[in-house]
Design a protein around this ligand. Structure first.
Ligand SMILES: Cc1cc2nc3c(=O)[nH]c(=O)nc-3n(C[C@H](O)[C@H](O)[C@H](O)COP(=O)(O)OP(=O)(O)OC[C@H]3O[C@@H](n4cnc5c(N)ncnc54)[C@H](O)[C@@H]3O)c2cc1C
Length: 406
């Protein structure tokens, strides 16, 4: 991947976000398929720039990955290499830029990543230094300061704790709804349940989008269908190789404040929203066993029974309680299993389909962090009929190499 100058990258992203509506061809008709956080942000940026936008979803807003996301907004050291890190930095900056305008529900305060693995000590020190070179304020924190940053957390088993002060976390369902409501206020339509089933072309150009509720005349289609792995092939005539992965999160009822920041701890991660709800996520994949493997084959979007969901939640609670002793009996409002939309190499897929120039693909993990910058850049490319250099490493036509990270 290309080494990018951070300041230039952030300038380009900010310029894209602030570009005037004059860039939009007069009332370009754009259908956005997928009302997760990516589709919602793309829709808002398009509507703001003057496009005639229709968002469709086969189920409803934030019903898939954006519902079960841990929703940490970050550009921490594991976001490698530099170009991907810079895109995530632009994502964090985008949340900070849009929060006052849209009243997005984000709690800032940074993150603390605790590490007990002595073999990683040298690498961690290098990564922290690299983060600083890349414009972050990341640093290793001493025990005395930890007691001030998180008085209710016991870090004694974790010799190295990295503090990344720029991070935050959101409520991804509420944030998706905010983007959609703001789109509607700008004249967009949001229809669901309404499934994208095909496209109608004339001389290779898009004429209409076919849906379960009839055709919608359209000049452009944005495919933001998340972990629907066949969507590229079906609608863009372009295969996006995906290795979508399951993940579970559990959300408690509102509680008195216990945690100030995002905590990334061995085996478990958690944060507490402004409304007092604690969100827990499991770092490891599904438990071993044939029964689990069989259940997952069908890509379920929910646990089969409340009891099984609560077993997962209890496992996360117990893992977290090793570090946060106050996490005793918890009442869970929601326990979700969701599929992370994950292109094969772990990086976002963004851009017009090489086979269908009017169909724009937007499929990615870390979609919560990236939503604002992706919305701004995608809208700019679609309406300005332009190709932005900052996205050149994330195009659908790249060579996909299998990887396990990001
Ligand atoms: C457990 C978990 C933890 C995560 N943690 C983080 C994190 O901490 N930070 C972070 O930045 N990211 C995180 N992610 C990733 C992030 O949540 C996703 O990248 C993001 O939510 C993707 O949003 P999306 O809009 O692309 O997809 P989705 O939210 O899945 O939305 C896609 C929508 O498309 C609709 N759809 C599918 N097919 C069709 C069709 N044919 N017609 C119409 N509609 C269709 C679906 O109904 C769905 O609503 C996490 C994900 C998971 C699952």
């Amino acid at each position: 991947m290309t080494v990018l100058d951070r300041r230039r990258f952030l300038e380009l992203c900010a310029a894209a976000a602030l570009a005037p509506a004059a860039h939009a061809s007069p009332r370009l008709r754009v259908v956005v398929a997928g009302a997760g956080i990516i589709g919602a942000s793309v829709a808002w940026h398009l509507a703001k720039a003057g496009a005639q936008v229709t968002v469709i979803d086969r189920e409803g807003p934030a019903t898939h990955a954006s519902r079960g996301s841990f929703a940490w907004i970050n550009a921490t050291w594991s976001k490698q290499p530099r170009a991907y890190h810079a895109l995530n930095q632009a994502g964090v900056a985008g949340w900070k830029r849009l929060q006052p305008e849209l009243k997005l529900p984000v709690r800032w305060g940074g993150s603390l990543e605790g590490n007990a693995d002595a073999t990683l000590a040298a690498e961690l020190a290098l990564r922290v230094a690299e983060q600083r070179d890349w414009g972050e304020t990341t640093r290793l924190v001493e025990r005395a300061e930890l007691a001030t940053l998180e008085p209710n957390v016991d870090f004694s088993a974790l010799p190295r704790v990295v503090y990344s002060a720029h991070d935050g976390a959101t409520d991804p369902v509420a944030a998706t709804r905010v983007f959609l409501a703001a789109s509607i206020a700008l004249g967009a339509r949001v229809d669901y349940p309404c499934e994208l089933t095909g496209v109608a072309l004339a001389a290779g150009r898009l004429r209409a989008v076919r849906t379960s509720r009839g055709d919608i005349p359209a000049d452009r289609l944005v495919v933001a269908t998340g972990a629907a792995a066949d969507a590229g092939r079906r609608f863009a005539d372009w295969d996006v190789p995906q290795r979508d992965e399951p993940g579970a999160t559990a959300i408690t009822t509102p509680m008195p404040r216990l945690i100030e920041r995002v905590l990334w701890l061995p085996g478990v991660h958690l944060h507490q929203r402004d409304d007092g709800r604690i969100v827990l996520g499991a770092e490891s994949g599904p438990p071993p066993g044939e029964a689990h493997a069989l259940r997952l084959q069908a890509h379920p979007n929910d646990f089969p029974e409340r009891e099984i969901a609560l077993q997962h939640a209890e496992r996360m609670r117990a893992a977290a309680q090793r570090f946060v002793p106050g996490l005793t009996a918890l009442e869970f409002e929601n326990v979700r299993v969701c599929w992370r939309p994950m292109p094969l190499d772990g990086y976002p897929v963004l851009g017009a389909s090489p086979a269908r120039p009017d169909v724009y693909l937007a499929v990615m993990h870390s979609g919560v962090t990236l939503a604002p910058v992706v919305g701004a850049l995608a809208a700019q490319e679609i309406l300005g009929d332009m190709v932005m250099d900052v996205l050149k490493d994330f195009r659908p036509a790249r060579q996909f190499r299998a990887s396990t990270g990001h």
